[in-house]
Design a protein around this ligand. Structure first.
Ligand SMILES: Nc1ncnc2c1ncn2[C@@H]1O[C@H](COP(=O)(O)OP(=O)(O)OP(=O)(O)O)[C@@H](O)[C@H]1O
Ligand SMILES: [Mg+2]
Length: 267
């Protein structure tokens, strides 16, 4: 099956040629099949966000190639990629326009990737569609179309951000610790919603998390980054009976790194 995303020999180095040179990604090779929901773990500074930034195009690729559905996108602009790739960040404020209403934000998302300017006027035919979409979140947001996004809670905003990120059915969705800023209960709600949207729309997703339980529970594939390389790549079958201690043991076996506790990964 043709991969949705193919990463070939990706290298990224920060502060090259200085004493602080940091070779963050050291030849990443990865292919994501349609419908893959890949969770990514790794310690602080392992290069998880750098990997996502490279795919989204916000960070130019130093070496290697990226393909989206067989089209090379290594040098494609962020704007062009954003038609096919959407992102959700840790900070709920990043995904929405704070002074616009829920409806205006959703209207923006409908136009995402199109170069036309945004008009504040919202077509009424979209109103019902937005209401229906909001109702699927089960957060009683369907009657809040006229509320300013800035007045909603972090969890509500992150749920709407997810809705916005999936409205255009992107080829790929990148989630970078998108539940990390939420309280545990809200985090579960948003994770369940994430899973629902990805599964229902058969989306392909990359999700960075520091929560190893989540990394195991969600998705059909788990990748661990360590020292700029893929230290573990576990498929659905291998994830089935996985526990955090088993994951640690596997990591130690594959990387040769002795872990005294799970601080490295939970950091
Ligand atoms: N723009 C940049 N300029 C210089 N160094 C950077 C830049 N972005 C990231 N780095 C460095 O690259 C390394 C990897 O950073 P990255 O943000 O990818 O880590 P991460 O795995 O996402 O970590 P965390 O779990 O803390 O979010 C870190 O040492 C970081 O300081
Ligand atoms: Mg990060």
């Amino acid at each position: 099956m043709q991969p949705v995303l193919k990463i070939s020999n990706l290298h990224q180095t920060f502060e090259k040629g200085t004493v602080n040179e940091n070779h963050v990604l050291r030849g990443i090779d990865l292919a994501l099949s349609p419908g893959d929901f890949v969770t990514i773990i790794g310690g602080n500074g392992a290069g998880k966000s750098t990997l996502l930034n490279s795919v989204a195009g916000t960070l130019p690729v130093e070496d290697g190639q990226l393909f989206l559905n067989d089209t090379e996108i290594t040098k494609q602009s962020v704007t062009k990629r954003s038609k096919y790739i959407s992102r959700v960040f840790q900070d709920p404020k990043m995904g929405t326009a704070v002074r616009l209403t829920v409806e205006e934000n959703l209207a923006l998302a409908m136009k995402r990737g199109h170069k036309r300017g945004f008009s504040r006027g919202v077509k009424s035919k979209n109103r019902n569609f937005f209401k229906e979409q909001l109702a699927t979140l089960n957060l009683n947001l369907e009657n809040r179309l006229d509320a300013e996004i800035g007045l909603l809670s972090g969890g509500q905003r992150q749920a709407i951000t997810l809705l916005m990120a999936t409205l255009q059915r992107p080829d790929l969705i990148l989630l970078d610790e998108h539940t990390a800023a939420l309280d545990p209960k809200t985090s579960i709600t948003v994770m369940e919603l994430t899973q629902k949207l990805i599964t229902e729309h058969h989306l392909t997703a990359f999700m960075v998390t520091h929560n190893m339980e989540d990394a195991i529970r969600y998705g059909n594939r788990l990748i661990m980054l360590h020292q700029g390389q893929i230290a573990l790549d576990l498929k659905q079958e291998e994830k089935q009976d996985l526990t955090v201690p088993k994951l640690m043991t596997l990591f130690q076996k594959n990387s040769g790194v002795e872990l005294k506790d799970d601080a490295l990964l939970l950091a």
